[in-house]
Design a binder for this molecule. Structure first.
Ligand code: NAI
Length: 463
C-alpha cells in the first residue's frame, strides 16, 4: 500500500505527537509512525510514571513526619508494587489521551517501525508512505549501559529506569550509577520505599549541570535522610551475580567494594538514530551522534527535519515539544518565535525539587560577566515554615549593568512550578527590578523569588 501525506512524523513521543497535532491544526494532512505506545518514553517509561512514583515517595515521607503536624498515622507501610501499578494507570491514561488527540485532530497513526527512504518516503513493513512537504524525525533516545566496566543491563540485578518502573518490590539495597536527573529521582523514590540507596557520581558533585549551591543543598539533604552519596567516584569493575552485584568503586584515592542487591544504570541516554535509513537519505549526524539540524530544524537532507532528543541537547520533553510546534509552523509558512535554547527550564523532581534556567554561577565566572548573586532561603519564608518545606533557596544571578536575569536556581518545595516566573521574565527580557516590582502574594513560596531579586539589589526586606 502507498499513501501520501503533507507531513510524516517518525516517532510519537512528546516531540512527535505535538508536531502532529500542530501540523494537523495548520491544515496539513499528517501521519505519525510509532512502533510502540503513543507518548514515547516521556508518557510510558519516563516523565509521567516517575512523577507518579515520586508523589508516592512524598506521601510516605509526609506520613512519617505527620506526628509533628498533629496527625497520628501509625506505622507507615510502603508497597512499591501498589505505587508502581498506580503509576502504570497514570501512564496508560496519558497514552490514551495522546491517542484521543490524534483522532480528534485527524492525524493518521501508522503502527510499526519506519525506515526513511530517499524522496521523502518512509517504509513501514511492506508499505511505503510519501510526504509532500516534509518528513520529521522524532525517534528519541534510550538508556545507555556501561559495558566498559563489565556491567550490561541484564534486567534483573542490573537494571535501568525502564525496568525500575515495573518492579513489583523495592530492592533491599540499590547502587545507582549516575547522579543526573534519573539517578536523583530514583534515589528519592527507592529510599522512601525502604531501600538502602547508594548514589555514585563520576563528577565531583551530584547534579553536575546545576549550580554548585544546588548540588551542595541536595547532597546535604540526601545524606541527612540516610542516602549514601559518593561523588567523584569511578566504578572500576562490576560483577553481576544471580541475586547480587559487586562493585569496585574508587573515590578519594581509595577503592571500596560495594555489594548490593541491584544496580540501577543512570549514566545517560543514547539517541535512536540507527537503522532508520539516515545515511541513505543524506541525513548527517554530529560527532556526538545527534542529527545535524539548521536553525529551522532541517537536517542536511532537504525535506527531512529532526526534533526532540535526536536533534541535540537538552534531552528534555518540553524542548522537543517546542521544536514540534516550531517546525510545523515553519512548514506551514508561518514565522514562529525563534526557540531560545538558553531559556529552557531544567527540573529535577526529587525532594527537595531542583529547578533552574539560564547560567550557573560558574558559567557567569567563566564568561567573565559582571554579575551579582541574590539569595533567599526558604527557612526564612513564612509559607515554607508553615508547610515544613524549609530546605533550599532561590538564587538569582543579576547582570550588574543591565539588571538582566542571567540565571535562576531554585531548590525547594514546588521549585518545578516557581521557576516559570523566571522563564517568562527571561523570555521577555524583564530585569530583576521588574520581577521584584510585581506584587507577590503573601504568604507564598514565590515571595522568595522577589526577596532574592531584592537581595541582588542590596535591599532585601524580609531577613
Ligand atoms: P545525565 O546525563 O543527566 O546524568 C548522568 C550522570 O551519570 C552524569 O552526571 C554523569 O557524570 C554520570 N556518569 C556517567 N558515567 C558514570 C560512571 N561510569 N560512574 C558514575 N557516574 C557516571 O543522564 P540521566 O540522568 O540518565 O538522564 C538522561 C536524560 O534524560 C538527560 O538529558 C536528562 O536531563 C533527561 N531526564 C530529565 C528528567 C527531568 O527533566 N526531570 C528526568 C530524567 C531524565
Amino acid at each position: 500500500m502507498a499513501s501520501q501525506f503533507d507531513v510524516i512524523i517518525l516517532g510519537g513521543g512528546p516531540a512527535g505527537y505535538v508536531a502532529a497535532i500542530r501540523s494537523a491544526q495548520l491544515g496539513m494532512s499528517t501521519a505519525v509512525i510509532e512502533k510502540d505506545k503513543l507518548g514515547g518514553v516521556c508518557v510510558n517509561i519516563g516523565c509521567i510514571p516517575t512523577k507518579a512514583l515520586l508523589h508516592s515517595a512524598y506521601i510516605a515521607r509526609l506520613l512519617r513526619e505527620a506526628k509533628e503536624f498533629g496527625i497520628e498515622a501509625g506505622a507507615v507501610k510502603t508497597d512499591y508494587g501498589v505505587a508502581m501499578q498506580r503509576s502504570r494507570k497514570v501512564s496508560d491514561q496519558n497514552s490514551k489521551g495522546v491517542e484521543f488527540l490524534m483522532k480528534k485532530n485527524k492525524v493518521t497513526v501508522v503502527k510499526g517501525s519506519g525506515v526513511l527512504l530517499p524522496g521523502r518516503k518512509v517504509k513501514v513493513g511492506g508499505d511505503s508512505h510519501e510526504a509532500k512537504k516534509a518528513v520529521i524525525i522524532a525517534t528519541g533516545s534510550r538508556v545507555k549501559g556501561l559495558p566498559q566496566i563489565g556491567l550490561e543491563i541484564n534486567k534483573t540485578t542490573v537494571i535501568s529506569s525502564d525496568e525500575a518502573l515495573f518492579l513489583e518490590k523495592a530492592p533491599a539495597s540499590l547502587a545507582i550509577i549516575g547522579a543526573g536527573a534519573v539517578g536523583m529521582e530514583f534515589a528519592d523514590i527507592f529510599h522512601a520505599f525502604g531501600t538502602k540507596v547508594t548514589l555514585i557520581e563520576a563528577l565531583p558533585r551530584i547534579l553536575p549541570l546545576e549550580d554548585p549551591e544546588a548540588s551542595d543543598a541536595l547532597a546535604k539533604s540526601y545524606k541527612k535522610r540516610g542516602i549514601d552519596v559518593i561523588p567523584g567516584a569511578k566504578v572500576k569493575k562490576g560483577t553481576a551475580g544471580k541475586d547480587k552485584v559487586t562493585l569496585e568503586v574508587e573515590a578519594n584515592g581509595a577503592t571500596q567494594k560495594l555489594e548490593v542487591a541491584t544496580v540501577l544504570m543512570a549514566a545517560g541516554r543514547a539517541v535512536n538514530t540507527e537503522n532508520i535509513g539516515l545515511a541513505d537519505c543524506g541525513v548527517q549526524v554530529t560527532e556526538r551522534g545527534f542529527i545535524k539540524v539548521d536553525a529551522g530544524l532541517q537536517t542536511t537532507a532537504p525535506g527531512y527535519y529532526a526534533i526532540g532528543d535526536v536533534a541535540g541537547p537538552p534531552m528534555l520533553a518540553h524542548k522537543g515539544m517546542r521544536e514540534g510546534v516550531t517546525v510545523t509552523e515553519l512548514l506551514a509558512g508561518k514565522k514562529p518565535h525563534a526557540i531560545r535554547y538558553d531559556n529552557v527550564p531544567s527540573v529535577t523532581y526529587c525532594h527537595p525539587e531542583v529547578a533552574s534556567i539560564g547560567l550557573t554561577e560558574d558559567q557567569c565566572k567563566e564568561r567573565k560577566l559582571d554579575y551579582v548573586a541574590g539569595r533567599f532561603p526558604f527557612s526564612a519564608n513564612g509559607r515554607a515554615r508553615g508547610t515544613g518545606e524549609t530546605e533550599g533557596f532561590v538564587k538569582l544571578l543579576r547582570d550588574k549593568t543591565y539588571g538582566e536575569i542571567l540565571g535562576a536556581h531554585i531548590v525547594g518545595g514546588h521549585a518545578s512550578e516557581i521557576i516559570h516566573e523566571l522563564a517568562v521574565a527571561r523570555e521577555n527580557e524583564y530585569t530583576v527590578e521588574e520581577v521584584e516590582l510585581a506584587i507577590h502574594a503573601h504568604p507564598t513560596m514565590s515571595e522568595a523569588v522577589a526577596q532574592a531579586a531584592l537581595d541582588s539589589l542590596g535591599r532585601v526586606v524580609d531577613m
